[in-house]
Design a protein around this ligand. Structure first.
Ligand code: 13P
Ligand code: SF4
Length: 329
């Protein structure tokens, strides 16, 4: 599939239909100027907006061209034909898009959009782990810098980690940097997993007691957790999966009452499409994702920056680790 710039004429009042269940009409009206400007700028700048599932609904439903989890955004970035990609997400996602489609200009609306996982590890940490566990392949979560990916054998996301580990056909792997994802995947695959003490600052804050409380307050609720949550939290949930897996679960199983144990905006974005389902909203905000405001996206398109570049010294090996992952799933 190729993704070209194909922006139909925008009608702000008509677009309200997509968000009427999660954004009050008066608030939607306040977004009109920025959203209309962004649609115009996308046409003028030959740009598409790739948006992660954690974007706020006015970004996710208002201006995004392609939406998804980390895996979907990486896959889709490869096929963008427009000259500019605006990555409404965090730094590692923009870097991944640049690695996979290097001829494009990739903009990240706010360079401060980092990630506690990416910041937890360097390529020197990987070298130390390799020295301690000779022969064990290094499986690196995409939530890392290009330099860390370059020091790895293969990447994974929460949407394909099980398949990636199984594809290696080994008894032991080094899986970094998310200690909780690593433990959750070890439990599913039976493979011995050596990890690193990184964690997502959003998901590590959930506790098993949060889920007990949700079940008590909302009898019959179905609980879906992201695998970046601690294993004790995942054990209390009915299902664990990436943000796209959660979305698929809601769309196919249609639980009457559902709680998503993940970042706040995820529930809003799915609830917008499913007004007949009840969403219980436990909510931890990712401050990095939330930097992608309409204003920041508009400014990025107006100024052509900040633009993401990848150090040529690490680009090729980093791309190889991502490509190996995409070949698995
Ligand atoms: P996925 O969308 O791949 O599940 O990742 C969640 C996340 O925290 C990304 O930063
Ligand atoms: Fe990183 Fe967690 Fe924020 Fe995702 S939600 S960007 S893993 S800190």
């Amino acid at each position: 599939m190729s993704i070209t710039q194909d922006h139909p004429a925008y009608d702000h009042a008509a677009a309200y239909d997509a968000v009427r269940h999660v954004i009050p009409e008066i608030e939607w009206a306040m977004y009109a100027e920025d959203i209309e400007a962004i649609h115009r700028l996308k046409r003028e700048q030959d740009a598409v907006i790739l948006a992660h599932n954690y974007m706020t609904p006015e970004v996710f439903h208002g201006v995004a061209d392609i939406r998804g989890d980390s895996l979907a955004l990486a896959r889709e970035a490869q096929h963008v034909e427009a000259g500019t990609i605006v990555l409404a997400g965090v730094h590692f996602m923009a870097e991944t898009a640049k690695l996979l489609n290097p001829a494009k200009r990739v903009l990240l609306p706010d360079l401060r959009s980092g990630c506690s996982l990416a910041e937890s590890i360097t390529s020197a940490d990987i070298a130390a782990l390799r020295a301690q566990h000779p022969g064990a392949p290094v499986v690196t979560y995409v939530n890392t810098s290009a330099a860390v990916k370059a020091a790895s054998d293969i990447c994974c996301t929460s949407g394909n980690a099980v398949e990636v580990i199984r594809s290696l056909g080994v008894d032991k792997v080094i899986m970094i940097p998310d200690q909780y994802l690593a433990r959750n995947i070890a439990a599913l695959t039976g493979v011995e997993v050596v990890t690193h003490p990184g964690a997502c600052e959003v998901h590590e804050r959930f506790t098993p007691l949060d889920i007990v409380d949700i079940r008590q307050g909302h009898p019959g609720v179905t609980v879906l957790a992201h695998p970046e949550c601690p294993p004790e939290v995942v054990a209390e949930a009915d299902f664990a999966g990436s943000t796209a897996d959660m979305q698929r679960y809601v769309e196919t199983q249609r639980p009457a009452k559902v709680a998503l144990i993940t970042e706040c905006s995820m529930s809003d974005n799915i609830a917008a499409d499913h007004p007949d389902l009840e969403f219980v909203r436990p909510c931890n905000l990712c401050p990095h994702m939330k930097r992608n405001t309409l204003g920041a996206i508009r400014t990025a398109l107006e100024t052509g920056g900040p633009e993401i570049q990848v150090d040529p010294a690490v680009a090729e090996p980093a791309r190889r680790a991502i490509d190996k992952m995409l070949a698995v799933k």
